[in-house]
Design a protein around this ligand. Structure first.
Ligand code: ADP
Ligand code: MG
Length: 140
């Protein structure tokens, strides 16, 4: 297996409850290294652009409003097979379906306010990393 990168967001429901450290600890314990991190307030345009793949889904407008409802922490994570390692520790989209030991089981409030985003492929990880970070902000 190769060391790869993925992109993570600690969502507004988690930053609001002061869970940035708790979520990051679970990411680190899953073998992922935070090689870039910044706390930002997303603009509506950024949230719409980031989630453009979901724009035909019925929850798109609410999702955008949720993602700009408070600060988020955007991160680049590095590790062995990073996309899968991150998706595994995140758990299912709906916390009702998430396994014990996952971030969403521990912290998510609902299928929408589910505490974390993680890229779903290496290709999308690169696109999402480039959306929020310059290469000189990523220090492994
Ligand atoms: P994931 O974040 O697990 O990759 P998706 O890419 O399918 O899930 O969806 C993106 C985000 O949209 C989810 O993390 C969640 O915040 C929101 N979402 C997904 N499905 C629903 C839904 N049925 N109702 C409301 N929000 C949803
Ligand atoms: Mg997704």
């Amino acid at each position: 297996m190769a060391v790869t990168r993925t992109f993570s967001i600690i969502k507004p429901d988690a930053t609001r409850r002061n869970l940035t450290g708790a979520v990051t600890k679970m990411l680190e314990e899953a073998g992922l290294r935070v090689v870039a991190s910044k706390r930002i307030q997303m603009t509506k345009e950024q949230a719409e652009g980031f989630y453009a793949v979901h724009k035909e889904r019925p929850f798109f407008g609410e999702l955008v409003d949720f993602m700009i409802s408070g600060p988020v922490v955007v991160q680049v994570l590095e590790g062995e097979n990073a996309v899968k390692a991150n998706r595994d520790v995140m758990g299912a989209t709906n916390p009702a379906d998430a396994d014990e030991g996952t971030i969403r089981k521990a912290y998510a409030e609902s299928i929408e306010a589910n505490s974390v985003h993680g890229s779903d492929s290496d290709e999308n990880a690169k696109i999402e990393i480039d959306f929020f970070f310059n290469e000189d902000e990523i220090v492994g």
